[in-house]
Ligand binder design. Structure first.
Ligand SMILES: NC(=O)c1ccc[n+]([C@@H]2O[C@H](COP(=O)([O-])OP(=O)(O)OC[C@H]3O[C@@H](n4cnc5c(N)ncnc54)[C@H](O)[C@@H]3O)[C@@H](O)[C@H]2O)c1
Length: 375
C-alpha cells in the first residue's frame, strides 16, 4: 500500500461521551503515572475508572494508588468494559494492535508517542480510527509545555520574521533496566531517534512546518545494552526552504541533578529568523528571544512588564514546568473530545512525524537524502 496522505480531522461518527469521561489506561508502567496525574487533576472532565496491564501486580498496585475501582490483566478485558476512552501507554510494538482494537471497540483514544513504529503502521491506525469514527489524540506532550506554546505563538505570529533555520537537541543517558522494551529494536522500532527524537521532530515541525527531505547519520557509541542507535544527527530541508538540524543522544553524560533530572537531561529548540532568534531550554525552563521590533509585537510588547529585558533580549523563565506538559496535553484531550472539536494532535500529525523518522532511518542506511512525500 502506498503511503498516501491521511486527512487531518477525524469526524466523530460516534456520540460525544458524557461528562466526566470514563478513562481506562492500558500499560500502567512508567509514563502512565504522568497520565494518571493529568486525569486526577480534572475530575470534572475525566475519571480513571479502570486500568489494565499484562502484569496483574502492577495493575493492582496502580489501581489502588490512584483510587481506581477496577483493574484488568489485559487490554481485551478493558475494551469489553464501559470505558469511553482508552489511554495507550504501551511499548511501541503494541501501539498498532492496541489502537486498532480500541477503535474497533468504539473507544476514543489517547496514545503515547510515537504513534507507531513506522508511518505504514500509522496508516493502519488511521484507517481503523476513521472507520470507527472515534477521536484520537497522539501524546506529543511537549507541544503543551507552556514554554513551547509561547514559542509557537511567537514564531507563528512572526516575532522572529521569516524562519530560515531551526535546531533541536536532546541529550542524556536514561537508564534502561533489563526487560525494558527500548533495548530491543523490534519492540521500540529503533533507538534514541524513535524514542526521544520524535519529541524534537514534532517540536521542529511545529516551528517550521513540513519537511520535504531528510538526511541522517547515526551511531551506536556507548550503550551496548541497546540494539538501536544511541546517537542520531538529522538534517531537514523544509518545504518553505528553511533548514533544520537535530542531534539526539542517549549516550551523553551530563550533570543536571540540581535541575531535577538526576540522570542527566538537556533539551533545546532554537529558531532563527530574518528578524530575530528564539531559544527554548526545556530543562532549565527558559525562553529567550531577541526580536527586532519587539516593542510593537503584540505578544512581546505585553511581556515587557513581567519579564527581564536584557539589551534587547527578552528572557522568560518558567522553571519546573517540564512535566506539566502531560497535564496540559491530557486536559486538552478531554476538553476537545467533550466539546466535539478537532484533535489537538491528530493521527495525521503522528503520521507526519513518523514519516520523518522513517526517512531518517532510510537515509542512515542508504547514505543519501530521502524525499518525504507530502501526498
Ligand atoms: N511522552 C513522554 O515523554 C514519554 C516518556 C516515557 C515513555 N513514553 C511512551 O510511553 C509508552 C510506554 O513507555 P513506558 O516508559 O511507560 O514503558 P514501561 O515499560 O514502563 O510501561 C509499559 C507497561 O505496559 C505493560 N504491558 C506490556 N505489554 C502489555 C500488554 N500486552 N498488555 C497490557 N500491558 C502491557 C508493561 O507491563 C508495563 O507496565 C511508549 O510509547 C513510550 O515511548 C513517553
Amino acid at each position: 500500500m502506498p503511503l498516501t496522505l491521511v486527512h487531518d480531522i477525524i469526524n466523530m461518527k460516534t456520540q460525544i461521551p458524557h461528562t466526566p469521561l470514563r478513562v481506562g489506561i492500558v500499560g500502567v508502567g512508567n509514563i502512565a503515572e504522568r497520565h494518571a496525574q493529568g486525569y486526577l487533576a480534572i475530575p470534572e472532565l475525566a475519571q480513571i475508572t479502570a486500568v489494565a496491564d499484562i502484569s496483574p501486580q502492577i495493575a493492582q498496585v496502580k489501581a489502588a494508588q490512584w483510587g481506581v475501582p477496577v483493574w484488568y490483566p489485559s487490554l481485551d478485558k478493558l475494551l469489553a468494559s464501559d470505558v469511553d476512552v482508552v489511554d495507550i501507554c504501551l511499548p511501541h510494538d503494541l501501539h498498532v494492535s492496541a489502537a486498532k482494537a480500541a477503535a474497533q471497540s468504539r473507544k476514543h483514544i489517547y496514545i503515547e508517542k510515537p504513534l507507531a513504529r513506522t508511518a505504514r503502521e500509522c496508516i493502519e491506525i488511521y484507517q481503523a480510527v476513521e472507520q470507527a469514527g472515534v477521536f484520537m489524540m497522539v501524546g506529543h506532550n511537549l507541544l503543551f509545555n507552556p514554554l513551547m506554546t509561547k514559542a509557537q505563538a511567537l514564531v507563528t505570529s512572526g516575532a522572529v520574521g521569516q524562519v530560515f533555520m531551526i535546531r533541536g537537541a536532546s541529550y542524556g543517558w536514561p537508564p534502561f533496566r533489563a526487560g525494558n522494551f527500548r533495548l530491543e529494536r523490534a519492540k521500540s522500532g529503533g533507538g534514541v531517534l524513535i524514542d526521544t527524537g520524535v519529541h524534537i521532530l514534532y517540536l521542529m515541525r511545529a516551528m517550521g512546518g513540513e519537511a520535504r527531505s531528510v538526511s541522517a547519520t547515526m551511531s551506536h557509541a556507548l550503550r551496548s545494552e541497546m540494539q538501536g542507535e544511541d546517537n542520531a544527527l538529522v538534517h531537514l530541508q523544509y518545504a518553505n526552504g528553511a533548514l533544520g538540524e537535530m542531534a539526539v543522544s542517549y549516550s551523553t553524560k551530563l550533570s543536571t541533578y540540581a535541575l531535577g533530572f538526576p540522570d542527566g537531561w538537556d533539551q533545546r529548540i532554537e529558531v532563527y529568523g530574518t528578524d530575530g532568534t528564539l531559544k527554548v531550554d526545556l530543562v532549565r525552563g527558559t525562553l529567550q528571544i531577541f526580536a527586532e521590533g519587539a516593542e510593537s509585537h503584540p505578544i512581546l510588547a505585553n511581556w515587557a512588564v513581567a519579564n527581564k529585558k536584557l539589551q534587547g533580549t527578552t528572557l522568560f523563565e518558567l522553571p519546573n514546568v517540564y512535566f506539566d506538559s502531560f497535564k496540559f496535553a491530557i486536559h486538552a484531550f478531554a476538553q476537545t473530545l467533550l466539546s466535539g472539536g478537532p484533535s489537538p494532535v491528530s493521527v495525521s500529525d503522528g503520521y507526519r512525524v513518523m514519516q520523518l523518522v522513517d526517512a531518517a532511518y532510510e537515509s542512515a542506511r542508504e547514505g543519501r537524502y530521502i524525499h518525504v512525500s507530502q501526498g
